[in-house]
Design a protein around this ligand. Structure first.
Ligand SMILES: *Cc1c(COP(=O)(O)O)cnc(C)c1O
Length: 394
């Protein structure tokens, strides 16, 4: 592989390892163990296993290594560790790097499970966590003190689609020696240069756009070789959150088509967002790709496009939002995102049900809010479907 290749070329070829059979499509090495030539060889492997030497699939496996190398090449990261799910990546990266007494500053607008890890789990082990409005650089500047060890945020927040300035927050964090950990799921590896923009650690739920077809759970942690092999790997391999080889194969094949899928889904999302702006049945259309979005300029600079998810604030609260969802014919009522199938979610009663009302209010998770993850269906069919459902909801 050449470092000069563009991301789309790397997404198809980077990290490939061929067996003696010269297969075109990457092999699934469904093996947890590896055979040694001799007892001495086994002893030597356990003393020091190199990048091409495997001892146990929880530590590493050729199919998993292909996925790790391919996504690291795409992201411009030195290395990657594949995990069992996106949450294994989030909790693994944070737990591996933090200890009692450490201080984390995080954006308040987070995926429900990320919020649980920071607010309920890490605090039990003596980590101090402060939450800020992620879109307010002044709030980050006030909260990041010299004793801050890490900052954490979703570069595009779920479900209200606020965009956080990776470069701006990274400068503030690095001035105090804090590590910047970015959950980059909504940005996708297609629109992301998070490491170039200052992030130290980037996390994806591969369950979303990387698989892109709703089949398997997976995740990945990206960073420097030192951080991945020195900090993340010992924690993950001993605590058991590694990816399975079969999942790694699904994700590897997903990477090959990801750019085409995500760009097509994004184009459709923009079409729908533009067509629905000002609709009489809506209080608001939230989409970072629309010029009226509060962080539109930042979105263009940071991602170059608005991504594959938009949110609608339907007039008439929960009753109208439910009527709208129940009238949808093409999309599905579910809670994954980044899927080839369009998926609609009512966050207030599902993914963010657990949040107290005052937090929902702060984050803008209203009773009328619907998150739409736009799929690969025909844009005209999707738009007609959303419009007829809005009419029926009124
Ligand atoms: C889905 C998601 C996760 C968790 O990923 P899983 O693969 O479901 O564990 C984390 N962060 C964000 C922003 C997500 O959308």
């Amino acid at each position: 592989m050449s470092d000069k290749w563009h991301p789309r070329t790397k997404a198809v070829h980077a990290g490939t390892r061929r067996s003696q059979y010269g297969e075109v499509s990457e092999a699934i090495f469904l093996t947890q163990g590896f055979v040694y030539d001799s007892a001495e060889h086994a002893e030597a492997r356990f003393l020091e296993s190199g990048p091409d030497e495997f001892i146990y699939a929880r530590y590493g496996n050729p199919t998993i290594a292909m996925f790790e190398e391919r996504i690291a090449a795409l992201e411009g990261a030195e290395d990657a560790f594949a995990t069992a799910s996106g949450m294994a990546a989030v909790s693994g990266a944070l737990t591996a790097m933090l200890k009692a007494g450490d201080r984390v500053v995080a954006a308040r607008a987070l995926f429900g499970s990320c919020l649980y890890v920071l607010e309920d789990f890490l605090t039990r082990f003596g980590v101090n966590v402060t939450f800020v409005d992620g879109t307010d650089l002044g709030a980050w500047a006030d909260a990041i003190t010299p004793d801050t060890d890490a900052v954490f945020f979703e570069s595009v927040s779920n479900p209200t689609l606020q965009v956080v300035d990776i470069e701006g927050v990274s400068k503030l964090a690095h001035a105090h020696g804090a590590l910047v950990v970015v959950d980059n799921v909504f940005a996708t590896p297609v629109y992301s240069r998070a490491i170039e923009q200052g992030a130290d650690v980037v996390i994806y739920s591969a369950t979303k756009h990387i698989d892109g077809q709703g089949r398997a759970l997976g995740g990945v942690i990206l960073g420097t070789r030192d951080f991945i092999r020195g900090t993340v790997e010992p924690y993950m391999k001993h605590t058991g959150g590694s990816m399975s080889p079969f999942t790694a194969w699904i994700m590897l094949k997903g990477l090959e088509t990801m750019s085409l899928r995500v760009r097509a889904q994004t184009a459709t999302t923009l079409t729908i967002a533009e067509a629905l702006e000002g609709h009489a049945g809506l209080n608001a259309v939230l989409y970072p790709g629309l010029p009226n979005h509060p962080q539109h300029a930042l979105t263009q600079r940071q991602m170059g496009a608005g991504g594959t998810v938009l949110s609608l604030d339907v007039k008439g609260g929960k009753t109208a939002a439910f009527a709208f969802l129940n009238a949808i014919e093409v999309g599905l009522i579910s809670n994954n995102l980044g899927d080839a199938k369009t998926i609609l979610t009512h966050p207030a009663t599902t993914t963010h049900q657990r949040l107290p009302q005052d937090q929902k209010d702060t984050l803008g998770i209203t009773d009328g809010l619907i998150r739409i993850s736009v799929g690969l269906e025909d844009a005209d069919d999707l738009l007609a479907d959303v419009k007829q459902a809005l009419e029926r909801a009124r």
